[in-house]
Write a protein of this length. Structure first.
Length: 222
């Protein structure tokens, strides 16, 4: 158990170091205004930073699930862990247009038509497909635990979810969705992913160079 905790803390330390390097890179960097929609890189690096925000929840859940706890509590921990990520992304996007990762990498989610603040409806729509896929996986996992099909001690998700062929195909859907998102993002000029098209949003850089100010002509003394 101690070795496993040490591994968890080591992984957290490595991820934190990477996040600090990313923050250092973007802290004072600016980009030309022509790069306003070139957001693939920053959005990629948010995947290193945002998980750190919710790491304490995941660590607590993992620690408790490794102990001899009632199945009902184990199921509740799984629900809380998964809902935490959903509400984090929706609340941050709905309130600020940015998660912590996007704040660090200087990008923001805005309305596609107006490039103004997105609505709460748009924030929820962006997470619609991942939410449905997650609910299906979590529901099956919770049902398996409550039915006593698996021990709650050090059980992997694959063990809990079972190995039936139809469900294996369902387990692959999040991966295929991610691939489709990346392909979509890389094949349109404004780098909109599938969830951007669904929600009517777009991601823009916030660290652009200021517009060139035209010099005011000097009056010639008459």
């Amino acid at each position: 158990m101690k070795a496993e905790i040490l591994d968890q803390l080591t992984e957290f330390g490595v991820a934190l170091l990477a996040a600090l390097l990313i923050w250092s890179y973007y802290r004072r960097r600016t980009f030309p205004r022509t790069a306003r929609y070139s957001t693939f890189g920053p959005r990629f690096w948010t995947g290193t930073i945002d998980p750190l925000v919710l790491w304490p929840i995941g660590f607590i859940t993992w620690t408790l699930s490794s102990l001899s706890i009632p199945n009902g509590l184990a199921a509740l921990l799984i629900i809380v862990e998964n809902l935490a990520w959903l509400f984090y992304t929706v609340l941050m996007h709905g309130r600020y247009g940015q998660t912590v990762g996007k704040m660090v990498t200087k990008v923001r989610v805005v309305d596609f038509r107006t490039e103004g603040k997105i609505s709460w409806r748009q924030a929820w729509l962006r997470e619609g497909i991942p939410m449905l896929l997650s609910l299906g996986l979590v529901g099956h996992e919770v049902a398996s635990i409550l039915n006593g099909n698996e021990s709650t001690q050090a059980v992997t998700r694959a063990q809990i979810l079972g190995v039936t062929q139809p469900f294996n195909l369902f387990l692959e859907l999040p991966g295929w969705w991610f691939v489709a998102e990346v392909i979509t993002m890389l094949t349109n000029e404004k780098r909109r992913a599938l969830h951007d098209f669904i929600a009517g949003t777009i991601v823009v850089r916030t660290n652009l160079e200021p517009q060139n100010v035209q010099p005011v002509p000097m009056a010639i003394p008459g």
